[in-house]
Design a protein around this ligand. Structure first.
Ligand code: UDP
Length: 236
């Protein structure tokens, strides 16, 4: 559908990210779900910056179904939040630095507090909420604390992908990761779906029940699946 996913599992994705950090090679990670792929299909520029990421991880069961239908080999879901959790675990062993950018005021601070307790050894370099007026102000805040090995950029799509692509050269950060609403989960202001929903591939349904206003956004999912089936049947 125009987006080139990496056929990796969770451990392989984190291994690649750690290698990139150690090599000091700047880049960014994206975690597209069907909604983001749909946006990429509608906007070539956005599609290019998604494909320019160093890692494109399949977040969302719809991506896995689409890949199956189209005969593309993916190893399974790599949800952004699981990627972030394992990455922090690995970073904490080497006292790496993490900056948290995004979400409503106070959320990133609360997430930092929780993450410091959970991953002792992880250095939280700083935090900033995601409702800044001037992008350069955010870039300067990150650089003023001496930068970081990794920055979680949680501004929602497509804002976070555009931010990472546009400012990666200005930021004193090796790897940026676009992670949507993850800081809300790490702060405990939003609960992730219970395991049974995740196992059944129904996490999207749980989120919809919790936040019914997502219905408009989620209508993109059946539309995306229809486009996948059309591509399978008619090749376009
Ligand atoms: N957000 C932000 N700045 C903005 C718009 C959104 O920091 O200008 C945050 C918002 O508070 C939320 C996250 O971006 O924490 C987006 O969450 P959403 O649930 O839309 O992302 P998803 O997990 O579905 O990709």
């Amino acid at each position: 559908m125009g987006v080139g996913f990496d056929a990796v599992n969770l451990t392989e994705a984190v291994d690649m990210a750690i290698k990139q950090i150690k090599d000091g090679k700047k880049g960014y990670v994206v975690t597209p779900n069907p909604e983001i792929v749909y946006q990429a299909m509608e906007n070539d520029e956005f599609c290019t910056l998604v494909n320019n990421a160093s890692l494109v991880l399949p977040d969302g069961i719809g991506i896995i179904y689409a890949a199956k239908i189209l005969g593309e080999k993916l190893k399974g879901r790599v949800p952004g939040i699981d990627f972030a959790s394992l990455l922090m675990h690995r970073m904490s062993k080497e006292n790496m630095r993490l900056f948290l950018l995004g979400a409503k005021p106070g959320v990133a601070d609360k997430a930092a507090e929780n993450l410091k307790k959970k991953y002792s050894g992880l250095v939280i370099a700083g935090t900033k909420d995601g409702y800044f007026k001037d992008d350069m102000e955010a870039v300067e805040t990150v650089n003023a604390v001496g930068g970081a090995d990794v920055m979680f950029v949680c501004l929602g799509a497509p804002k976070q992908e555009k931010f990472m692509s546009q400012y990666q050269d200005n930021l004193n950060v090796t790897l940026c990761c676009g992670l949507g609403g993850s800081l809300d989960v790490f702060a405990g202001t939003v609960q992730r779906a219970p395991d049974i929903f995740i196992k059944l591939g129904m996490e999207w349904f749980y989120r919809l029940c919790k936040e019914p206003k997502r219905i408009g956004r989620m209508m993109k999912l059946p539309l995306f699946m229809l486009l996948v089936i059309r591509k399978k049947l008619f090749g376009r």
